[in-house]
Design a protein around this ligand. Sequence first.
Ligand SMILES: [Zn+2]
Length: 691
Amino acid sequence: MPFPSQFASFETMKLCIAEKPSVAKDIARIIGATTRHDGFWEGNGYWVSWTFGHLCTLKEPADYSPDWKSWDLNVLPMIPENFGIKLIPNSGVQRQFDSIARLVEQCDEVINCGDAGQEGELIQRWVLAKAKNKKPIKRLWISSLTEEAIKEGFANLKDGKDYDNLYAAGTARAVGDWLLGMNATRLYTLKFGAYKQVFSVGRVQTPTLAIIVDRQEEIDNFVSETYYEIKTTYRDVLFSSTKGKVKTKEKGEDLLSRIKEEDFEVISHIQKEGKEVPPMLFDLTSTQVECNKKFGFTAEETLNYVQFLYEQKLVTYPRVDTAYLPNDVYPKIKGILGKLNAYKNLTEPLLGKKIKKSKKVFNDKKVTDHHAIIPTGEDPSRVALNLQQKKVYDMLTRRFIAVFHPDCKVSNTIVTGQVTKHEFRATGKQILEPGWRMVYESKKETLKAEEDTIMPTFEKREKGPHSPELHEKQTKALSYFTEASLLRAMESAGKHVDDDELRELMKENGIGRPSTRANIIEKLFSRKYLIRQKKRILATATGQELISLIENDLLKSAELTGVWEKKIRDIERGKYDVKLFKGELTKMVKELTEQVKSQGYQQKKTACPKCEIGHLIRGKSSWGCSNWKKGCKFTLPYEYKGITINDSEMLELIHNGITRYSYIFNKKKADDLKKIVFSDKLKLEIKKEAK
Ligand SMILES: [Zn+2]
């Protein structure tokens, strides 16, 4: 083919490799590589090529040893001495790789233009390793894809070596996932799986499943208790007893009768001014959480929308776990705000004066390579956004505007009263100056949650009749996980943290990377370990069974997984050695293998085919579902048209949909043998003759 020789007019040729064709096209245009060839752009001394995400992957077990091809308990654990990579077997990947490899051979310098993150670094380095690159590497490291950012990035290219630790961390993650995933999946499947069932076990995926299973067990075992509360209404304001719960109805009624006839007396009326600071900027997880709460988007959907906004240059790099901006972004804020034309009424009050610089927004210590997700100021009307993408853009932009508005001023009121010696209290809040809340004023949903009750003025010592009531209440179980609460639980390694700033500190030990959490959750759904019920996430019987089989904490403790994540982060910072990491993991995989091999066999539970959450339990004349209390009516009889259905036949029907043997249903036609099938309607039927 006619290849690079035609560009001899340039003294040196630089090869840029982007992560996606669309990004390559943008970069090519900006740096003047305007001629399109098969697999790359060229011009102005540059070639610009691209990958499609990962072109390479870690080798599979069989690539290391023929003994590891078939699944066999005796050859476990599989621990390759040196890990290797290979191309993903696909003709398109092969072709693109071939053109990159040829360009690598011919160029003088490589510019790594992969996404500026761990995964992006890994994608590029693997391709360059596979192409046996020996040319010097530069790194384009940018936080948004606007023309300005790309130009600035090219003017300040980094040395590729500066990112060696990032690459080491990416490798450690991939190798760790391989060692645990490959070995544990084969171990549990070989030891406990039945009927071609595969128990998929993963380093992050399984502790995530365990978080859900544990919560579900807690809810299932919860016994609700009845309690009572005394409230009273005085001058149209509802007051609650400060003594809290009353355990029995008798006690409550007794108290009620004692205070009914007495006057309510106000003993104090306190009004205090307070401030409410704006919420923090968004990182990826909080974007996913908020979108799930507000719009019901899944974590994966939100990631796709925000990634699209990034690729359309509308927002900055989204796969981030920081909610702060570095100080050097501060001078650019006014420019960005000024360009948000659709939000003029919200930005105008800010533009006339000095922009607020709060520590809750700007903090160099909380920012490493990237910063919080903010709009770039590019005009969104030039891009065709769908409704969902518009919602995400609006949410990110409003938050960005809100953090530069003043605090919201409120007045908190506490009124205390008494009837005989029994004390009651009512609280109210009134917004005096909305401050940042004006950004949300047109949006009802954000204000709805706030108690903006305006109280009448009460005088101390005023008295009057009141109407007390006894309220019957039930203690409530914890709620099931939603994607929003699950993302939060992953972020804090299973602990519940409400405070924004405390959450920032916990992030170090969270499980999974923000950018991969959506993918992990989706995997659990696609493997049928989880199912969705509206916003709720529930573990299926198979998911519950898998967790019950796993005795080793390495595979299901969110905290322990968080510790491993911390080590990977430390590798990224050059504070932890990859070899040490691999050594520790190898040792744990060996121990795990020994332990599972000797683990006692538990009776396998069969998932209910109807609800998929319960498992089958024995009833009087049929199997039923363990989830019957919650409304699953599935049954499978022990006898069908005179044929007894034993355990193994039940399993055949549930798993294969048909019995292995045929039976005589009509005694007059003893040679007419027919099988029983388990129909789509979840009923037993006699298999019809094939025509
Ligand atoms: Zn069921």
